[in-house]
Design a protein around this ligand. Structure first.
Ligand code: ZN
Length: 631
């Protein structure tokens, strides 16, 4: 049938093919009033619908990219078909018998097999494979399904099949049905080596269908140990009808509910899609052997369309493991408009939906999806989770990195909410988080090589990045009290005597002062130096780190900050104040942890910390009184 299609047949196709129905296979349409409908344009990337369809006139038009025409033009454009192919396809769908000019052999088809032939070949192949699933050779395949909680009925729903192990069973079958070798090779069903052989052999097969339900490819899982191909999954490679950057497994089953609920769930594999649908999560899809990309996002957005703006939800059920987190972070760096509608559902034990359904049942799968969290929050808590939040310096670092992330959110209305959330995660004041976010925004998007440098600092671009935790100056005013106390310990061990019995290594925050105190403690404490003229020398000799021995020399000669001989009162003021500062640090750490603890979910822990906080506050007041009393 290569003759030119007669005009009256084309007119009949135009008349019978409903444009709204044909378009709806690719775009979710809403009523736009005046007999028109609209949706997100499938021909250009857009956020609000400018793609209109007027069924009474049989036309579509996009006010964004100016694409437009009748139903035949739509099919030509959406599936990259020639005019004749588009007419054939619609005729097929609407039961129009095409009549052709006799003897006219003009052919406007492009070279290569027709799309309709490739679709037909896949239809026959799918039926063939599905029948093979019942044979004795397919026992392992059936066991695989049964072990994952899939019965015969679900195998039929999803059209699952089995590719026989012998090399050319499908090829022979399709040749008998009059498909040419060229059609089968182009469609990706058959490959040619010394002779033609089946692309899939000895594997369990999932037919991959397009939105209208036509099979366009297969996903094939390894089930035999002696399979010569190691890859766990093989997928149809790129063909004229199979574009892996756009294909979503399960879209044919999910699209209606996606449009209805404005929600899509993206899972990782074929069995996860099955498990979700069987468990009642009927909007689940998966990419086929490729990472979720921008084109997949575009396809989903066309189906999950809501109101004027895109307000639908796309939920990724990622593994909680490193790979899943990486996937989330990758998504985060993509289209921001999409990201703001993106959620993550992570199973705490790292189970995928298929395993979850086997172990805990259908309800657990539905709950997993219901417990989704915004992608922002997921990424933020991953970033914050890298830090030890019980340490003040780590909290500062966590706040800085988290603020950089929050400041990168382009939806300004969400920034404050996330600054609040960041404050809660780290356990700092909201105002502190807000100002850190403002600082991060002022610095602009951070490039990795700019870490550690600040605007306004005399640091050149070529300068090596500052060390993450440089040792602070010993004379930094923050350590003045530690320095004065150690001077007393080294120069006046007699005066300091037993007042120091409450001092511990945690009272010194500078690593060098901490090391000095450790040497003092190892030597028996200040009491051991009482009346010993060699005390400072002994400490110095015991030091192995040059920075520490140098500090001991300095502490031994630097004048005490009082004109008279240091007395018990002078010593007490320093020691009690030192202890008070330590208590204040503990209080800050505990308050931070309290802010990070949910008082309802972790009531026992929360109450214990609250009690501890009250005790520390009391201890601090006592120390304050003693400091005042001594001076
Ligand atoms: Zn457009």
């Amino acid at each position: 049938m290569t003759g030119l299609i007669r005009e009256e047949s084309i007119a009949e196709v135009r008349e019978k093919a409903r444009i709204d129905e044909v378009v709806a296979e690719h775009v979710t349409l809403r009523n736009a009033g005046g007999g028109s409908m609209k949706g997100l344009c499938p021909f250009h990337d857009e956020k609000s619908p400018s793609f209109h369809v007027t069924p009474s006139r049989g036309f579509f038009h996009c006010f964004g990219c100016q694409a437009g025409g009748d139903v035949i033009k739509f099919v030509m454009d959406i599936d990259a078909l020639s005019f004749a192919e588009a007419v054939e396809r619609l005729a097929d769908k609407y039961g129009v018998q095409l009549r052709r000019e006799e003897g006219d052999v003009r052919d406007d088809r492009p070279k290569g097999p027709q799309r309709s032939r490739l679709i037909e070949a896949h239809k026959v192949a799918q039926q063939f494979y599905a029948e093979q699933l019942g044979t004795s050779d397919a026992l392992v395949a059936r066991q695989f399904l049964a072990e994952r909680g899939f019965d015969q009925a679900s195998a039929e729903t999803f059209g699952i099949g089995f590719a026989p192990r012998d090399g050319d069973a499908l090829f022979k079958h399709l040749r008998q049905k009059a498909f040419s070798q060229e059609e089968l090779v182009t469609g990706g069903l058959v490959a040619v080596g010394r002779s033609a052989y089946d692309r899939f052999r000895g594997r369990l097969l999932w037919p991959i269908r397009d939105a209208s339900g036509d099979t366009i490819g297969f996903g094939a899982r390894r089930i035999f140990d002696d399979d010569r191909i190691d890859a766990k999954y093989l997928n149809t490679s790129e063909t004229p009808i199979y574009k892996k950057s756009q294909v979503l497994y399960g879209i044919d089953l999910a699209r209606k509910d996606m449009a209805r609920s404005s929600q899509a769930v993206v899972v990782e594999g074929y069995t996860d899609v099955m498990a979700c649908h069987l468990a009642g999560v009927t909007t689940a899809v998966a990419t086929c052997g490729t990472a979720f990309g921008d084109e997949h996002a575009r396809v989903l957005r066309r189906f999950v369309n809501d109101h004027e703006e895109f307000r639908g939800e796309v939920i990724f059920a990622f593994d909680g493991d490193a790979a899943g987190q990486k996937a989330a972070l990758r998504t985060f760096s993509g289209d921001q408009n999409f990201v703001s509608q993106t959620y993550v559902a992570v199973e705490p034990d790292g189970l995928d939906p298929c395993d979850l359904r086997i172990r805990q049942g259908d309800a657990a799968v539905r709950e997993l999806v219901a417990r989704r969290v915004p992608l922002y929050r997921f990424v933020l808590s991953n970033v914050v989770g890298k830090y030890d939040l019980d340490r003040a310096d780590s909290r500062v670092d966590a706040l800085r990195e988290g603020a950089r992330l929050v400041s990168s959110i382009r939806d300004r209305s969400k920034v404050d909410a996330f600054a609040r959330e960041l404050a809660g995660m780290i356990g700092v004041d909201v105002d502190q988080a807000r100002s850190e976010v403002r600082r991060a925004a002022a610095r602009g998007p951070a490039k990795p090589d700019q870490r550690g440098s600040r605007r306004g600092e005399p640091q050149q671009a070529e300068a090596p990045p500052a060390p993450r935790n440089p040792v602070p100056d010993l004379r930094d005013p923050r350590f003045a009290l530690e320095r004065e106390t150690l001077k007393l310990v080294i120069q006046h061990p007699m005066a300091i005597g037993r007042t120091t019995s409450d001092i511990g290594v945690e009272d010194f925050t500078h690593p060098v002062y901490r090391a000095v105190w450790e040497l003092v403690a190892a030597a028996g404490g200040p009491v051991a130096g009482s009346g010993d003229a060699t005390w400072a020398g002994r400490l110095r000799d015991a030091a192995t780190d040059p920075a520490v021995s140098s500090a001991i020399s300095a502490l031994g000669v630097e004048p005490i900050r009082t004109a008279k001989e240091p007395d018990a009162a002078y010593v007490s003021v320093h020691v009690f104040r030192l202890l008070e500062l330590t208590t204040m640090r503990r209080i800050a750490d505990l308050k931070s942890r309290l802010q990070r603890t949910n008082p309802v979910e972790h009531a026992v822990e929360y109450n214990r910390m609250f009690g501890e906080l009250a005790a520390l506050e009391q201890h601090r007041r006592t120390l304050q009184e003693r400091t005042v009393g001594s001076s």
